[in-house]
Structure formats: structure tokens, C-alpha cells
Design a protein around this ligand. Structure first.
Ligand SMILES: [Zn+2]
Length: 346
């Protein structure tokens, strides 16, 4: 067929993003079905999506599908080059596909109105409980996912490294709001006597700080600025994270059936409430807007990219990898301490 001017326009600058989106969506659909082992999957690219989410949805003909919402490629802006942006995108879709495979139904609406559907706004009764179960479930399903798909380990690490660059500096928050209320010698907070309003404000800030520290420790395995935080605080967070990790190891699914899924949900729900209680998080309300969201998703928000952001983000990712891959070694001959690099970053 002769090469017409219309064909040129179609695949010229104007229509190109749509062609790319169709390719990406097609590929994502194929991959999600493959990874989840389910056929009832739908991929919905959204121009105003902040990140990645999945929910069960009943169609008019009564069939239930998993609807995976992903950012629209054209409007998805990250402070990364296109190759790295695609790695984040691909990992986001991997994560949601693994949810489809393993997440019990009740998890999607925990802490929300019983009739709530994923993506619903203003339907969260208990945003903190909803947030915590999603944080714990995210770690659980990804641990299962990397066991099943060995190649995804590196991609998960890359996404974690990216998220790490986007998270709050916990030490800066502590220095700004809590240091003046902390007794370093005793390793505890001091509250002004008989001033309950002030005490509540301090408790809210402690909860805010610990919520973020727990999230980072649990999902990224590092806390930003840990070297400047009180040891007693780090011990509390680490102990809690290890307790949850241990419990998660015990509930690895043996059979995939309704009873088993309900049992897993019960463990997850109890663990979420226990973390909230143990760390005193009940004073803090995370800024969640939709059902199915957790504070972790905010790491993957599309944002306006400013000049220099790309370099800064890439440098942050490299730092994360360097820290994760260098270990302290004692020389067998002379007993001197030195650090050794493990593997290479990519
Ligand atoms: Zn998730």
C-alpha cells in the first residue's frame, strides 16, 4: 500500500502516545493474566491516577473482574528517564497482579464502609486500619511474588529504592517536632503536666513519626536518617516489624480456598490492630482519599518534574543500592574493619 499522508499523521507525533498506550496496555494485560493466573482481569489506564491499584468489580452481567488501574503513560510523569519509568510501571503492575492472586477479598474493604468499592472516595471509616492492613499485605504478597517469580526480585528492589528517595526524612521530622520532648537519658518522651491538649499534639506527632518509620522499615528495610534517631525509638520500630515478619512467615498459603483466605485475613486484621496499639499510632490519621489506598502509594504519585529532579532521584536510588549492598567486614589477618561492596547496581 502506498504510504499516504494520513498514515504518516496517524503515527506522527500527535497519535503516537495513543499507539504507545495501546501497546503498553496490551502487554500489561497479558502479563497480569500470566502472573495472577486469572483470566478475569481488566487494565484501566487513568489520566488522573496517582499510582497503581486493584479492586474486584461486578459487571452488569454478573461476572466479577479484577480491575487494575494504572497511570496513563502520556500523563505519567516521574523524575526518571523513560527506561527507569517503565521499570517502575512494570513493577507496579506486577504488584497488583500478585494482589489478584493472593489478597483475601475482605482486605480490600477493611476499615471502610461495608458497601465500599475499591476506588470509592469518602468511604473510609478507619483510614489508619485500612492503611496498616494494606502496608502489611503489600509486604506479604511481594514476598510471595518474589519466591514465585525469581526475576522480579531485582525489579522490586529498584522500585523500593525509588520509593525510598520519595519518603519523608524521619530524623528531620523528629528533630523539628519531637527532640525537645524527648529525654535521651531515659529513652522516653516527656509530656507537659496537666496540659492534655499539648500532650495530644505531641502524641499525634510521635504517631506520625513512628507510622512513617514503621512503613519504611517494613517495606524498604531502611529508615531515612536512622543514624540520627534515638536508639530506643529504633528498637521499638524494629521489634514490631520483626514480630509482624515472623507472623507473616507462619501464614504462607498452603491451599488457595475461601476458608484459607478468611484465616489469612483474620491474621492480617489482628496484626494491623496490634501494630497500631503497640506503636500508639491511633493518634494519627493518614491522608488517604480512596478505598484500596495506603500511604505507600503516595511514593508513586505522578508529580510535576522540575529541572534537576531526575539526577537527584537517580543519585538517591544509587545511594540506596550502595547502602544495601555494602557490608562491614573484619579482616581475618589483621582484625581491621572495612566495608565490602556486594554485587552491582543496575
Ligand atoms: Zn498493594
Amino acid at each position: 500500500m502506498p504510504y499516504s499522508s494520513t498514515a504518516r499523521t496517524q503515527y506522527g507525533n500527535q497519535k503516537l502516545p495513543m499507539a504507545i498506550q495501546s501497546n503498553i496496555s496490551g502487554l500489561t494485560l497479558f502479563r497480569s493474566k500470566f502472573l495472577s493466573g486469572k483470566n478475569n482481569i481488566q487494565i484501566s489506564p487513568s489520566r488522573d491516577s496517582k499510582g497503581y491499584s486493584v479492586g474486584r468489580q461486578q459487571l452488569q452481567n454478573g461476572i466479577t473482574i479484577f480491575n487494575i488501574t494504572v497511570p496513563h503513560w502520556e500523563t505519567y510523569k516521574l523524575p526518571l528517564n523513560d527506561r527507569d519509568k517503565y521499570r517502575i510501571y512494570r513493577n507496579g503492575c506486577w504488584h497488583e497482579s500478585i494482589h489478584c492472586k493472593y489478597t483475601p477479598d475482605e482486605v480490600y474493604t477493611f476499615g471502610a464502609k461495608p458497601s465500599a468499592r475499591p476506588g470509592d472516595e469518602n468511604a473510609l471509616n478507619e483510614p489508619l486500619a485500612h492503611d496498616m492492613i494494606n502496608i502489611i499485605e503489600d509486604r506479604r504478597i511481594e514476598d510471595l511474588g518474589v519466591k514465585e517469580w525469581k526475576g522480579s526480585k531485582r525489579e522490586r528492589l529498584f522500585s523500593n529504592a525509588y520509593a525510598y528517595t520519595r519518603r519523608m526524612k524521619v530524623d528531620e521530622f523528629f528533630n523539628l517536632y519531637l527532640k525537645q520532648h524527648y529525654d535521651f537519658a531515659k529513652g522516653e518522651y516527656i509530656f507537659p503536666p496537666n496540659d492534655y491538649t499539648r500532650e495530644k499534639i505531641i502524641r499525634t506527632r510521635i504517631a506520625n513519626m513512628r507510622h512513617e518509620a514503621f512503613l519504611q522499615r517494613f517495606l524498604v528495610k531502611r529508615i531515612k536518617g536512622h543514624e540520627n534517631l534515638p536508639h530506643a525509638e529504633l528498637r521499638i520500630i524494629d521489634k514490631e516489624a520483626r514480630m509482624v515478619e515472623k507472623q507473616l512467615e507462619k501464614i504462607e498459603p498452603i491451599r488457595d480456598n475461601l476458608k484459607e483466605r478468611h484465616r489469612i485475613f483474620t491474621v492480617l486484621a489482628n496484626l494491623s490492630m496490634k501494630v497500631i496499639r503497640d506503636l500508639g499510632l491511633q493518634f494519627y490519621t493518614p491522608q488517604l482519599t480512596k478505598v484500596g489506598e495506603s500511604s505507600w502509594d503516595q511514593s508513586f504519585d505522578s508529580t510535576t518534574v522540575n529541572p534537576g529532579d531526575e539526577e537527584k532521584t537517580r543519585a538517591g536510588i544509587d545511594d540506596y543500592f550502595d547502602e544495601m549492598m555494602s557490608i562491614e567486614v573484619v579482616c581475618a589477618d589483621c582484625g581491621a574493619h572495612y566495608s565490602k561492596k556486594l554485587g552491582v547496581r543496575e
